[in-house]
Design a protein around this ligand. Structure first.
Ligand code: TRP
Length: 352
C-alpha cells in the first residue's frame, strides 16, 4: 500500500490568522509529513460568496500569500503539493458527475452554508453555494484523499463527501476511499472583539503575518470583562478572550494560572494580563516570522510550488475522472455511438 493521501486547504480570501492556525493549520503542520499531502487553493469555492471582478483579480496575490503563510507556519514545501483549483477544469467534471448522489434537502441541512449566505449578505442561496459541499467532495475524491484536516465549520462537508463516496461505490463499484475527517481539538477561536469567532470580515483577527508592534496594539485593544472598571474589581476569566488566547498560546501554564487567580481576586490589572499575552503571542509568532522572511527571500519559490503542484495534481485528477467515467459506463455510451457511426460509414474525420 502506498502512503495515504491528505487533502486540505482554504479559499484565497486573504492572509491567514490565529483562528485558521488553531482551527486547521496546526493539524496540517503536525500531519503533513505522515501523508502524501495536497493543499488546495479553493478559488472556485470562493466564488460561491465572492465573485466580483475585484475578488477574482485578487486570487493570484492571495494564493501566493496563503501558501507563504502555510509554509511559514511550518509546512515543508518538499512534502506538500499546492494547487490552484480553477486551473484544473476536470474538478468541475467530477463535480458534475457527483452532484446526483446527494439530495437538495440534505444540502439544505448543512449549517455552514446558511451562515455563509448570511455573512456574504445574500438573501437567497446561490445554486453554487448550495453545491459547495459537492464541489468539496469533488476536490477530496479527485485525488482520492483519505484524510481531511479542517476546521469545525467544514466537518459537515466532509460528512457529505463520505456519503457521496459511499453512494458512488455502491452504485458503480469501489473507486473511492472513504475519507476521514480530522478535526481540531480546540474549539474555534474567538475574535479580539470577544463577540464572534475570528474572521476577516469582522476585522477581529490577529494575522500570522502581523509584526510584533501590530500584535501588541491589537492585544492592548482587546475586549475583556466589561464590568471590570478598575484593577481591584474581581474579573471574569470564563468567556474572556484575553484568557482564551492565554490558554491556547501561552506555554507558561504557571503564569496563566497565576494571572487567572489574581484576575478573579481583583489583584491584577488588564494591562498586565494583556502585556503578558502580547509577549506570549509574539514568542509564538517569532519562528513563523523567521520562516516567512526566508521564504520571501527565495524569489519565485512560492509561484514555482503552485505551478508544479497544479500540474502534478491535474495529472492525478485526469486519471481519477477517466476512472470515474469508466466505472459509470459513460465512456462506453459514446464508444457505442461512434462505432455505429463508423459501421454505417459515417465516421467523422478526427474521431479517435
Ligand atoms: N471549504 C474549505 C474552506 O472553508 C476549503 C476547501 C475546499 C477544502 N475544498 C477543500 C478543504 C477540500 C479541505 C478539502 O475554505
Amino acid at each position: 500500500m502506498s502512503v495515504a493521501r491528505m487533502l486540505t486547504g482554504d479559499r484565497p480570501t486573504g492572509r491567514l490568522h490565529l483562528g485558521h492556525y488553531v482551527g486547521s493549520i496546526a493539524n496540517r503542520v503536525r500531519l503533513h509529513q505522515r501523508y502524501e499531502s495536497f493543499f488546495i487553493i479553493a478559488d472556485l469555492h470562493m466564488l460561491t460568496t465572492r465573485n466580483t471582478r475585484e475578488d477574482i483579480e485578487r486570487v493570484a496575490g492571495n494564493a501566493r500569500e496563503m501558501v507563504t503563510d502555510v509554509l511559514a507556519a511550518g509546512v515543508d514545501p518538499a512534502r506538500a503539493t499546492f494547487y490552484l483549483q480553477s486551473a484544473i477544469p476536470e474538478v468541475g467534471d467530477l463535480n458534475t458527475l457527483l452532484q446526483n448522489l446527494v439530495t437538495v434537502p440534505r444540502l439544505e441541512r448543512v449549517p455552514s452554508l446558511k451562515d455563509m449566505a448570511r455573512d456574504s449578505g445574500k438573501e437567497e442561496m446561490p445554486y453554487g453555494l448550495l453545491g459547495y459541499p459537492v464541489l468539496q467532495a469533488a476536490d477530496i475524491l479527485c485525488v482520492k484523499g483519505q484524510v481531511v484536516p479542517v476546521g469545525r465549520d467544514n466537518a459537515a462537508h466532509v460528512e457529505v463527501t463520505r456519503e457521496i463516496a459511499r453512494r458512488f461505490n455502491n452504485l458503480y463499484g469501489p473507486v473511492f476511499p472513504i475519507p476521514e475527517l480530522i478535526q481540531a481539538d480546540t474549539p474555534s477561536l474567538v475574535g479580539t472583539d470577544g463577540a464572534a469567532k475570528m474572521s476577516k470580515s469582522r476585522g477581529n483577527t490577529i494575522l500570522l503575518s502581523d509584526d510584533a508592534a501590530t500584535v501588541r496594539r491589537k492585544v492592548m485593544g482587546m475586549y475583556t470583562d466589561p464590568n471590570r472598571v478598575r484593577a481591584d474589581v474581581p474579573g471574569r476569566v470564563e468567556g474572556n478572550p484575553v484568557f482564551a488566547y492565554h490558554d491556547v498560546f501561552n506555554p507558561d501554564r504557571a503564569q496563566v494560572e497565576d494571572l487567572k487567580e489574581r484576575y478573579r481576586g481583583g489583584r491584577v490589572g488588564d494591562v498586565e494580563v494583556k502585556e503578558k499575552l502580547a509577549v506570549a503571542l509574539n514568542r509564538f509568532l517569532d519562528p513563523i516570522r523567521e520562516r516567512r522572511a526566508r521564504i520571501e527571500d527565495d524569489r519565485g519559490l512560492v509561484d514555482q510550488l503552485i505551478v508544479e503542484g497544479t500540474e502534478r495534481t491535474r495529472r492525478e485528477v485526469r486519471q481519477t475522472v477517466t476512472e470515474v467515467r469508466r466505472a459509470m459506463g459513460l465512456t462506453s455510451a459514446y464508444t457505442q455511438v461512434r462505432r455505429r457511426a463508423e459501421r454505417a460509414g459515417r465516421a467523422v474525420a478526427g474521431s479517435r
